[in-house]
Design a protein around this ligand. Structure first.
Ligand SMILES: CC(C)(COP(=O)(O)OP(=O)(O)OC[C@H]1O[C@@H](n2cnc3c(N)ncnc32)[C@H](O)[C@@H]1OP(=O)(O)O)[C@@H](O)C(=O)NCCC(=O)NCCS
Length: 147
């Protein structure tokens, strides 16, 4: 297994995972935009050349927003989500990020457990953000600046 930054040439595999996991996936064009933007950090977990999962964030000075974390359904529950999130947080800390924010659907227990296990704390909830009875939890984690 190998975790590395995503490149534009990874766009097809990124789009594939998006389509498998999300109801409103990024299109190929949006995936390409995400991979091209200066303020984005996307990483993927690869077995040989096959992307099994990815994680992405946008960075604005010392604050980062986690955009998505996703692992192919057949590969979930093997610790890959944790590996991706750990790497992403480490890379964000290295570029000077001190605060990470994200939003997650209130019944997405797998993702919520994952984030809580990394010390994220709920700071607010946006009612019906994703649709009726589908609320967004806003989670936050502070990073210690060890520089
Ligand atoms: C959320 C997701 C990335 C987790 O990836 P994963 O590789 O399955 O997770 P891991 O095997 O590394 O498990 C990490 C933690 O997630 C939580 N978790 C994983 N599977 C779970 C399950 N079935 N039920 C509850 N919590 C679960 C646990 O806290 C687990 O830690 P533990 O094993 O120490 O208990 C994955 O389920 C996924 O891709 N989901 C669909 C996309 C999504 O909703 N992404 C998040 C919003 S963008």
């Amino acid at each position: 297994m190998d975790i590395r930054k995503l490149r534009k040439s990874d766009v097809k595999q990124l789009e594939y995972i998006e389509n498998e996991l999300f109801d409103n996936p990024f299109s190929e064009k949006s995936c390409m935009e995400e991979l091209s933007l200066e303020n984005r950090l996307y990483i993927g977990l690869f077995d040989e050349n096959n992307m099994l999962g990815y994680a992405g964030a946008s960075v604005a000075f010392e604050v980062a927003d986690i955009i998505k974390v996703g692992v192919l359904k057949s590969e979930q529950g093997k610790g890959y989500g944790k590996m991706l999130l750990a790497s992403l947080i480490e890379m964000l800390a290295k570029v000077g990020v001190t605060e990470i924010i994200l939003e997650v659907e209130h019944q997405n227990y797998k993702a919520i457990n994952l984030y809580l296990s990394f010390g994220f704390e709920e700071i607010s909830e946006r009612k019906n953000y994703y649709g009726e009875n589908s609320h967004a939890k806003i989670l936050r984690k502070e990073l210690k600046n060890e520089n």
